[in-house]
Every structure is written in structure tokens, then in C-alpha cells.
Design a protein around this ligand. Structure first.
Ligand code: MG
Length: 158
């Protein structure tokens, strides 16, 4: 089997009173991501990992934030489109692993829902999608709740 690996990284600034979408799930939170899209920083990092595995650029290239087409867009639609690109080239996702760094709110209650949601959009089994969350022990911009940071890795096979 031919395999490819990709990694993705994204950061969004946080502000009071915005919805917090992470991994396709609406998280109850007083703060949310500032963004052109729905601000789902976890899906954005995942998309970049998937695109990176095939050297297809990044989501900024495919879905420019200067385009009104993508204003406020549900990031699950972007992920579905990235999956179409991958499958069109004959590849499938072996697994993906996502780490969300956020000081608050606590994300543990949402992890299973995120995995199930992402697996459904990607049309793969949930055991192939890992989502983890960590704080940064109050250090840095994540620790000050100024931003949410996400790392993602995806392995593709054909
Ligand atoms: Mg983003």
C-alpha cells in the first residue's frame, strides 16, 4: 500500500460572545473563534493535514477567506470537499489525530461527539478519528484564552 502523511496547524483568536465550533460540534462557551468561516479551527487543521498529505496546498488556497462564498460557512462543508478531492485521486484516510490546545472551557465532554461528527463527514469509521484536548497550563496566548490552537496529523493510503 502506498501511504502519505500530512500535518496541519491552525490558530484562531478568541472573543467573547461568539459561537465556539470545534470538530463540527457547537461547544457551550462564553468565548468563540473570530473567523471568516464558522471558525472551526479543529476542522481547518484537519483539512490542512489531509491536503498536506497529497501536497495539495492548504485550505486558504482552496477556500480563500477573501471570497464571500465562504463567509460564515460551516467548516464541515469544507472538510467534505477536501475528502472529495482526496477520494477523486484514489486515496482514503487511514487515520487522523487532532490535538486541540485551549485553556477553557473544558472540552472533555465533547470529544466523543467531535470524533463521531468528523468520522461521519469523512465517511470513515470513528476508531480512525482521534480528538484530544489539552490546556497549556495557563502559559502563552492559549493559556490566556486569547486563542485556540490545533495540531492535526492524517495518514492516507491507496
Ligand atoms: Mg482557520
Amino acid at each position: 500500500m502506498d501511504i502519505r502523511i500530512g500535518n496541519g496547524y491552525d490558530v484562531h483568536a478568541l472573543a467573547e460572545g461568539l459561537p465556539l465550533w470545534l470538530g463540527g460540534v457547537l461547544v457551550e462557551s462564553p468565548i468563540g473563534c473570530i473567523a471568516h468561516s464558522d471558525g472551526d479551527v479543529a476542522i481547518h487543521a484537519l483539512c490542512d493535514a489531509l491536503l498536506g498529505a497529497l501536497a495539495l496546498g492548504d485550505i486558504g488556497k482552496h477556500f480563500p477567506d477573501t471570497s464571500s462564498e465562504f463567509k460564515g460557512i460551516d467548516s464541515k462543508i469544507l472538510l467534505a470537499r477536501v475528502m472529495e478531492l482526496i477520494r477523486r485521486e484514489g486515496w482514503n484516510v487511514v487515520n487522523a489525530d487532532i490535538t486541540i490546545a485551549m485553556q477553557r472551557p473544558k472540552l472533555a465532554p465533547y470529544i466523543v461527539a467531535m470524533r463521531e461528527c468528523l468520522a461521519e463527514v469523512m465517511q470513515i469509521s470513528v476508531d480512525r478519528v482521534s480528538v484530544k484536548a489539552t490546556t497549556t497550563e495557563n502559559l502563552g496566548f492559549v493559556g490566556r484564552s486569547e486563542g485556540c490552537e490545533v495540531y492535526a496529523v492524517a495518514l492516507l493510503g491507496k
